[in-house]
Design a protein around this ligand. Structure first.
Ligand code: ACO
Length: 399
């Protein structure tokens, strides 16, 4: 029998940190979070200065290039992204093989992984143009992949991007248009042209999701990137990590939960379930690893929700249930003692529903929003001369 504690003693400094709650795995200049004081900054800009005040694509430029674009740069960036939004016909054929009813996150992950078969050149980091193109290509193609994944899931013919539309509008168009690209169907007139207020609301939501330092999916992108895997494979791994209900999948679960609660009168029952330590039920959209105070993104969304209430005809019954849940939790010692506040996912669902976005597309929208963050973090890793393969240790407790 060997006393393994001697081994750990001899290994120098050795920390045991499940979930990495207090371990920094990298240095980064991209995003700053102060969880105690509800602060979030991208490249030094407070989130409140960006969401709804700059276009999402300008924020992507900020994250990916390190600064907000000039007017001319903004225009060129926008044009380039529009033109790169098409998918190779071979990739489109891959969608046909997936069954109707597949979750769009599953199809998106597979299609993003498959991008590495079409752009298989091993990335030469010395070639600045190649490096830039790779990053812009993925940003441009993900909304098309997301929209096609959705259309495939409901068995509707796929729609190609429309270069005459801005990024966010183009995504809404690819989701909503009738087969062939018509926004209006003679006779019902249901699918009207996309309203500017809808584009602006979704643009702000995407900005709020654009980066969030070393969360589970970004850490996954960095870990896979650290093995020198293909960049698109690293991004596909981020999609996989984001799908879980403890992370990006929570926005879908919030909506399911609000519908399950159904009425203001049922709120106390569900609050009691969430507090019961013998019941695995959790209040979805509450709590955060870093924010032990209010989530600043949730605050911006709450403001947006109030603003859009009339304009987008938000579902007032769901809003009432959400407000009652929020009020009950914020006044309850269980939630107060643990620093559990509503997070970004608690508010996005009601707005996304008013944008006629189906629940199963909530997490794919989170993916679209998070792409510039993943790309920037992956690039930062690659450009860091100190970067090493991610390889944590363990505390062995077996025989
Ligand atoms: N409802 C009820 N209790 C909760 C909740 C919740 N939503 N979240 C945490 N708790 C409780 C835990 O049971 C635990 O209680 P205990 O101390 O009595 O054991 C305590 O609060 C701490 O919880 P942890 O799970 O240890 O906190 P952690 O920081 O690891 O987890 C997480 C954070 C995963 C976000 C968690 O709060 C959660 O599961 N929330 C619901 C899912 C959700 O909304 N996820 C979205 C996160 S934001 C994002 O990804 C964009």
């Amino acid at each position: 029998v060997v006393d393994i504690s001697t081994f750990y003693k001899d290994s120098g400094m050795f920390t045991y940190d499940p979930g990495y709650t207090s371990t920094a795995s990298c240095e980064s200049k991209i995003t700053f979070i102060d969880g105690e004081n509800s602060e979030l900054r991208y490249r030094g800009y407070e989130i409140t200065e960006l969401a709804g005040k700059h276009s999402y694509l300008d924020v992507c430029h900020l994250l990916m290039m390190g600064r907000l674009p000039s007017e001319a740069e903004s225009k060129n960036f926008d044009l380039e992204i529009r033109h790169r939004s098409f998918l190779n016909e071979g990739l489109i054929k891959i969608f046909a093989g997936f069954p109707d009813g597949a979750h769009p996150m599953a199809t998106m992950g597979a299609a993003t992984m498959a991008l590495s078969t079409f752009y298989k050149d091993h990335l030469n980091l010395e070639d600045e143009e190649e490096f830039k193109t790779m990053r812009r290509r993925i940003l441009a193609k993900i909304p098309t992949i997301a929209a096609m994944a959705y259309r495939k899931s409901i068995g509707t013919p796929l729609i190609y991007p429309d270069v005459n539309r801005y990024f966010t509008e183009n995504f809404l168009y690819m989701l909503r248009a009738y087969p062939g690209g018509n926004m209006k169907y003679l006779g019902d007139g249901q699918n009207e042209e996309i309203k500017q207020v809808e584009v602006d609301a979704l643009d702000a939501i995407l900005t709020l999701h654009a980066d969030h330092e070393q969360n589970a999916s970004t850490t996954t992108v960095r870990n896979v990137g650290s093995t020198e895997a293909h960049p698109y494979v690293s991004i596909a791994s981020g999609i996989a990590a984001l799908w879980g209900s403890a992370h990006g999948g929570a926005n879908e679960k919030v909506m399911d939960q609000l519908k399950l609660i159904g009425d203001v009168k049922n709120v106390p029952t569900y609050i009691a379930k969430a507090k019961d330590r013998n019941d695995p039920f959790r209040l979805m959209g509450f709590g955060h690893r870093v924010y032990k105070n209010r989530d600043p993104r949730a605050e911006v969304l709450k403001g947006l929700q109030d603003k859009l209430k009339e304009e987008l005809n938000l579902d007032s019954k769901l809003l009432d249930v959400a407000a009652a849940v929020e009020k009950a939790a914020l006044n309850d010692d269980y939630f107060k003692d643990r620093g559990l506040y509503p997070n970004i996912d608690f508010y996005s669902g009601v707005i996304l529903t008013a944008l006629k976005i189906p629940v199963e597309m909530f997490t794919p929208i989170f993916v679209i929003g998070r792409i510039p963050g993943w790309i920037s973090q992956w690039s930062e890793l690659k450009q860091d001369p100190k970067h090493k393969i991610a390889r944590p240790r363990q505390l062995y407790t077996g025989n």
